[in-house]
Design a binder for this molecule. Structure first.
Ligand code: ADP
Ligand code: MG
Length: 748
């Protein structure tokens, strides 16, 4: 299953350049989807990347994106990633220079205009001044605003329009008009003889500044993934032909012997051959205590060795290591969009054309029924509409919060599969917990043996263990361990038959044996007689009693206890505080289950459920209108995990099929479930705030910019204020998303 998931998981990741605004997301996605062989394409505006699944090769995809007027490169190797980071840094620096230059030129124009220090156009020297201001502004437009004009031209040639179009039109029109007034003032009425150079220059400066702030804030949002990538060591010390060599991590093969010295990072995944140490795995699992590693234990690449030293044999390298798969999963999750985000993208795509129409209408209305100077008012209002209306905030709202939320979860060892799982997790009403391994440690141990008349403890345990040697059930392992601890010699069993949810049947030393729960005895017609009292006492303590029958007669009971995890009770209290109902689901007997449930504060117990019926129980809860999160370790509860609205795989460490659960919790603690739900809810709330803010901004901003308040209050927005508002809108969204980084797990 794992291998299959890995092959179809291969997605091409592209770095996309030239996407100036959220409106471009839909264009690029559409372009990618038309390439033959593409099954799914998702563009992440916040990261400027696209992930494409299907059979199309990277070159075809890049070609299509370039033909549509954008830039693209494949992000495959670490070098390509580094290159993207370097290119972004270079872009940031150039934007910084442009903003500074635009600011320096715009400031005196702006101050002069504001305090009316400048000569009027028709006064002596006025035209000379106008010419100088015009040329200075032209320089700003070309040097600091050139990318808007180039972007607008590119998308025009592709029969498209985007944010660049709006800004280029707004500032370009202001400059052309002003220049015309300077060149030939007699063409316009005296009242309209006014130049708007400072507006054009200030708008360019402000929008650049906004993008600068946005990039800065965005850098912080992807810290989680950068931190994960940073965990990958670059070299490893391998033993080849008796020599120790330091080699690049890419050259480490499978089944090589690697030495890890104190304080070093473990380079790839493997199994300890010799030595012993404590390893800090907190960076992956969120579990603060170092874990003991001795011969035979598995170690994970990217984790940190503390004081000991050891040799290990590599078992997984390259893309197959747990760390690489975690990075891949977080990345894909960050790129995915819940339904709410797709809607926002659709709206963004319609946005720019709508604004262009509104701008034309605005111009016509002012021109035809506006006050004198008609042309001046019409120009200002149109320019303001063009500049204020940008769908950037709308397009950023969802992905930016998902990136922060999913990243935040990953830092606590919680892997959320995608945006949809996150949205579902925020809506849960009931959490179903599997008992064994979820509420309890999942490491049961024999705590008592009660022989029937004529039997001894040793004999009951020896025979029970002889059968269980063939079973993989955790209870079976407990029995075998107890027998081994007493150095009992096990007998070979034949005709072994596991009765799922009941126990096992087999023949040992020529006798027919049954081992399992009371129902197994019942259906096999075994009278449990006096043993019942012992079994009941054990069950009331939360232990699982197992009956042994030999040739159809009860021979004894083995009582097995699986300790409850120390923090289960506290975590369940947190789930209650989040308003969730907590149900326990188990195949164990009702009295045992009730005892455990009582100790941890569970609301409802569904006991003696056969493994095959666990999913049906989830369906029943769903039929009652509950939105169900199912938490299990994936051992005999996989169908229930799949049936639930959100399946949480718990305590899986770094060894599991991470990709198969909606939410994978690398720590064994139930706190992870509460954290995952709390982070999901906070993220969804954050998205809603962002979307609300973005809509509100545009719904309010566009009419005001168009002059809706003028007839009533004589208020017309200054285009420079529009520039500032537009610059701040996306900065606000990104900053709001960044607040998610400061959620403390365990405290929501
Ligand atoms: P769980 O929900 O705890 O995973 P299962 O469905 O696997 O439980 O098992 C249910 C019950 O069946 C156990 O509590 C035990 O009484 C009995 N049982 C199942 N397998 C075995 C076995 N190999 N040995 C003894 N008892 C077993
Ligand atoms: Mg189980």
């Amino acid at each position: 299953m794992l291998a299959a998931m890995n092959t179809n998981a291969r997605a091409v990741r592209l770095s996309i350049g030239g996407m100036s605004c959220a409106g471009c997301v839909a264009t690029v996605e559409k372009t990618l989807k038309t390439v033959p062989g593409v099954s799914e394409a998702a563009v992440n505006f916040a990261e400027h990347t696209a992930s494409v699944s299907g059979t199309a090769d990277a070159r075809a995809l890049i070609g299509a994106v370039v033909a549509a007027g954008y830039e693209a490169a494949e992000l495959k190797s670490r070098a390509a990633e580094d290159e993207k980071v370097a290119a972004e840094a270079a872009y940031y620096r150039s934007l910084q220079r442009k903003t500074l230059v635009a600011g320096i030129v715009a400031a005196p124009l702006f101050v002069g205009e504001m305090f009316m220090l400048l000569p009027a156009l028709h006064s002596p020297g006025g035209r000379l001044y106008g010419l100088i201001a015009g040329l200075a502004t032209l320089f700003v437009l070309v040097y600091a605003g050139g990318h808007f004009f180039r972007g607008a031209w590119k998308s025009f040639r592709n029969h498209n329009a985007n944010m660049d179009t709006l800004i280029a039109l707004g500032t370009g029109a202001a400059w052309v008009y002003s220049m015309a007034v300077v060149a030939a003032p007699q063409l316009v009425p005296t009242l309209a003889q006014h130049a708007y150079f400072e507006a054009a220059a200030v708008i360019i400066a402000l929008i650049n500044l906004g993008q600068l702030l946005e990039i800065r804030a965005r850098g912080k949002t992807s810290q989680a993934i950068k931190r994960l990538i940073g965990l990958q060591p670059r070299t490893a010390r391998v033993l080849r032909d008796g020599k120790e060599l330091d080699i690049p991590i890419e050259e480490v093969g499978l089944s090589e012997t690697v030495r890890v010295r104190p304080g070093e990072k473990i380079p790839v995944d493997g199994v300890v051959l010799e030595g012993r140490s404590n390893v800090d795995e907190s960076m992956l699992t969120g579990e603060p205590l170092p874990v003991v590693k001795k011969t035979g234990d598995s170690v994970t690449g990217g984790t940190l060795n503390t004081t000991g030293s050891f040799l290990f044999r590599t078992t997984r390298i390259g893309e197959e290591t747990a760390l690489a798969r975690i990075i891949e999963m977080v990345r894909r999750a960050q790129n995915s969009k819940p339904a709410i985000g797709r809607l926002a993208d659709k709206i963004s795509a319609l946005f720019v054309p709508s604004v262009l129409i509104i701008a034309v209408v605005t111009f016509l209305v002012w021109f035809n029924i506006g006050p004198v100077p008609v042309i001046g008012f019409a120009l200002v209002a149109t320019m303001t509409v063009l500049v204020i209306a940008c769908p950037c905030a709308l397009g950023l709202a969802t992905p930016i919060s998902i990136i922060v939320g999913v990243g935040k979860a990953a830092e606590s060892g919680i892997l959320i599969r995608n945006g949809e799982a996150l949205q579902q997790a925020s809506r849960l009403t009931t959490v179903v917990l599997d008992k064994t391994g979820t509420v309890t440690e999942g490491h049961p141990a024999v705590v008592g043996i009660f022989p029937a008349a004529g039997w001894t403890e040793e004999e009951v345990l020896r025979i029970a263990a002889s059968i269980e040697a063939g079973s993989e059930h955790p209870l079976a392992q407990a029995v075998v361990q107890a027998a081994t601890a007493r150095s009992l010699m096990l007998a070979p069993a034949s005709g072994f038959d596991a009765v799922s949810g009941f126990g096992v049947r087999a023949q040992v030393e020529g006798k027919h044996l049954l081992l399992g729960n009371p129902r197994l005895m019942e259906i096999s017609g075994v009278d449990i007689g006096a043993l019942y009292n012992h079994a009941h006492t054990a069950a009331l303590l939360g232990q699982t009693p197992i009956y042994l029958a030999v040739n159809g007669r009860a021979a004894g009971i083995v009582a097995i206890a699986d300790p409850i995890k120390s923090d289960s009770q506290a975590a369940i209290a947190r789930l209650h505080a989040l308003g969730l109902k907590v149900v326990m689901l188990t195949g164990d007997n009702a009295a045992t289950a009730q005892a455990v449930a009582g100790q941890v504060g569970i609301d409802e117990v569904l006991a003696e459920v056969l493994p095959a019926d666990k999913a049906a129980k989830v369906t029943e809860l769903q039929a009652r209108g509950e939105i169900v999160g199912m938490v299990g370790d994936g051992i005999n509860d996989a169908p229930a995990l799949a049936q639930a609205n959100v399946g949480f795989a718990i305590g899986t460490g770094t060894d599991i099929a991470i990709e198969s659960a909606d939410v994978a919790l690398m720590r064994g603690s139930l706190h992870g479930v509460a954290d995952a739900i709390a982070i999901s809810s906070a993220t969804v709330r954050n998205i809603q705030q962002n979307l609300f803010g973005a809509f509100f901004y545009n719904i309010l901003g566009i009419p005001i910019a168009a002059g809706a308040l003028y007839p009533l209050f004589g208020l017309l927005l200054n285009p420079m204020i529009a520039g500032a508002a537009m610059a701040m809108s996306s900065v606000t969204v990104v900053s709001n998303a960044n607040r998610l980084r400061f959620i403390k797990s365990g405290e929501l």
